[in-house]
Design a binder for this molecule. Structure first.
Ligand SMILES: [Zn+2]
Length: 313
């Protein structure tokens, strides 16, 4: 069945005298944010493969003859990284920047196979059966870590290592704007009351990133798959993210104590955290794949913290 094509909401774009941020993604779930200053242009994440051509056209329209300088990948997942090789073809000299582990993922045939499968599945949902596949060209030109700086002229992006969603997850802080360019380690915004947790490689390390953000001087947050949040919305989002992450952890550990199986825990998790809002940006297949990593990871972490007996499950 073909999905209704959800247009991206331009209200969550941002503009001031130093820079602007525009969602140039072709569809919901394939969000990619173009950050333009007078001097430079960087794309933050790059969406799916099948609609990358449309994203390129959106970028060209905004850049109006200027070149794209960087593609900054917050992490290596298919819905964030797949569009990056298309940028390399269309914008000569563009540099793909990512955390250290992302390059290792792109070099793994098994990871590329999963990415291809996920891209195909979403393409089919949108009624697209043919598109140019460039996943084999995925690469990282510049690896960054904590404290590195990307200079975009009137603003600078300071790299924050934020593992938790993936090992390679990174965020950026723009001091001139007091803006955090976040990543999915905080979870994914799924409506006023819900941030859908996605700590796939570490729960405690994900909390650490949220708590760190709560101590930072932040007035704006670019939230993946959402757009720019401003002022009070940021504080509420961070608190919500913390609460939702803690509540999912509590749900999983509580269910395990009651002797529920991993499958039962996943079903419970899905009923609470996978709502209509989450569905718009994360296909069920991706949710299920993530849950199969997340739940056993939490059980392992809880056993290590001796919150669960080691023989459990
Ligand atoms: Zn992801």
């Amino acid at each position: 069945m073909m999905k209704e094509m959800q247009k991206i909401d331009a209200q969550k774009d941002y503009r001031d005298e130093r820079m602007q941020i525009i969602n140039v993604g072709a569809f919901m779930g394939s969000d990619a944010y173009l950050l333009i200053t007078k001097e430079k242009a960087a794309l933050i994440d790059s969406g799916f493969s099948f609609c990358a051509q449309q994203m390129i056209e959106n970028i060209e329209k905004e850049l109006d003859g200027r070149n794209l300088d960087y593609v900054l990948l917050t992490h290596s997942h298919y819905d964030h990284a797949s569009g990056s090789p298309y940028c390399k073809v269309h914008f000569p000299g563009v540099k793909t920047v990512a955390g250290a582990y992302a390059g290792k993922i792109f070099a793994k045939p098994s990871a590329l196979a999963v990415m291809a499968e996920m891209n195909d599945s979403v393409a089919k949902d949108y009624g697209v059966d043919r598109y140019e596949d460039r996943l084999n060209e995925l690469s990282v030109d510049q690896t960054v870590g904590e404290g590195d700086v990307i200079d975009l002229g009137s603003v600078t992006l300071e790299v924050i290592e934020a593992p938790g969603h993936t090992k390679c997850s990174i965020a950026f802080y723009i001091p001139e704007e007091k803006m955090l360019i976040s990543c999915e380690t905080m979870g994914v915004y799924a409506g006023e009351d819900l941030v859908a947790p996605c700590f796939l490689v570490g729960y405690e390390m994900s909390l650490r990133f949220i708590k760190r953000a709560q101590t930072m001087d932040i007035e704006k947050i670019l939230v993946p798959h959402y757009g720019v949040m401003i002022a009070g919305q940021c504080k509420a989002f961070l608190k919500n993210a913390l609460d939702c992450n803690e509540s999912l952890y509590g749900l999983i550990v509580g269910d395990a104590r009651e002797g529920k199986t991993v499958e039962e825990i996943i079903a419970h998790y899905q009923s609470v955290f996978y709502n209509a809002e989450t569905k718009k940006i994360q296909p069920l297949q991706a949710f299920e794949l993530n849950a199969k990593y997340l739940v056993p990871m939490v059980l392992k972490e809880a056993r290590e913290k001796q919150q669960l007996p080691s023989e459990d499950l």
